[in-house]
Design a protein around this ligand. Structure first.
Ligand SMILES: [Zn+2]
Length: 303
């Protein structure tokens, strides 16, 4: 199991980067001004969140964790909320709150992954401060701007954290750096649209939801665009030929994307693209079942 590393990326700004960034192994972050702390996301499991919080304490000492932000509803970014101090206010989109309140993976996950993560957490703790468009937090004198793109992309409730005084952007899972992106619970058109939106922050440093910190954003955005265009073209052609997402994924040549970890997400992403083209809700269970079939068994998990 790769250990997380708390890396300084600006004055009082740190990224918690967990290699190798595959299923359930996310990035998080912290902002502090000496007297107060805000966290961006937690981790999937008790063990991983405890390590993150211990690293935060090494940097920030006893400074209170005033805020935590959930960039979206996926458990790798939110299950560790349960370990935060009771007085920490958690901010996130209403879709993140609703999704966590309806979560079934924490306590009754089907065997989609192997091994299944040992979450070590009994219950979700959803955001209580809602960010449906934007919200500004002050961590001491530090300004942290939370912004929703205005449409679904990775999920329906994505929120980024922008620190204008240090030029740091925490992008959540709108970006996967060197790892297959995932849009099963979002929107293909929205994911494409979000790339320009992310670029417009003009960030010097970007923390993706998974993978290494990004110092040169343009090539990373270009790679996402090429991947999303590949999904789009594959879905349009496959649908016109009357093929299922699984059949199309089985025939597809992943090309330059074949080396990205978690390649089976091609099946999940095609399910999303088909649902968007059909104008219907995505079949989450059917998509995951097809991904397991494509993969030849449960999905690799190193959490
Ligand atoms: Zn996610």
């Amino acid at each position: 199991m790769g250990d997380g590393v708390l890396t300084g990326i600006g004055e009082g700004v740190h990224a918690w980067v967990q290699p190798d960034g595959t299923w359930w192994i996310n990035n998080a972050g912290m902002v502090c001004d000496g007297d107060e702390v805000a966290l961006i996301d937690t981790c999937a499991t008790r063990k991983r969140t405890e390590r993150f919080l211990a690293a935060v304490r090494e940097v920030a000492g006893p400074a209170p964790i005033r805020f935590a932000v959930n960039t979206h509803l996926h458990g790798d970014h939110c299950y560790g909320n349960a370990l935060l101090p009771a007085e920490t206010a958690i901010a996130g989109h209403s879709k993140t709150r609703d999704g966590l309140l309806a979560d079934v993976l924490l306590t009754a996950a089907p065997p989609v992954w192997s091994p299944m993560p040992d979450f070590g957490v009994d219950a979700v703790r959803p955001p209580t401060v809602i960010v449906d468009s934007s919200l500004t937090l002050y961590v001491g004198e530090r300004r942290v701007e939370l912004v929703h793109p205005g449409y679904a992309a990775h999920t329906e409730g994505d929120v980024v954290a922008w620190l204008p005084d240090s030029g740091v952007l925490f992008a959540g899972d709108l970006l996967f750096h060197g790892i297959t992106p995932m849009i099963l619970m979002g929107s293909l058109a929205g994911a494409l649209r979000s790339l320009r939106w992310l670029a417009d922050f003009g960030a010097a440093t970007v923390v993706p939801g998974h993978g290494p910190v990004i110092h040169d954003l343009a090539p990373v955005l270009d790679a996402h665009e090429r991947y999303y265009r590949f999904i789009e073209a594959t879905a349009v052609a496959g649908r016109a030929a009357g093929k299922s997402p699984l059949a199309v994924a089985t025939d597809a040549d992943l090309g330059e994307f074949a080396d990205w970890p978690d390649p089976e997400r091609v099946v999940l992403n095609l399910h999303r693209a088909y649902a968007d083209l059909d104008g219907r809700p995505v079949d989450l269970v059917g998509a995951l079942t097809d991904a397991i079939t494509w993969n030849g068994g449960p999905l690799h998990c190193a959490v």
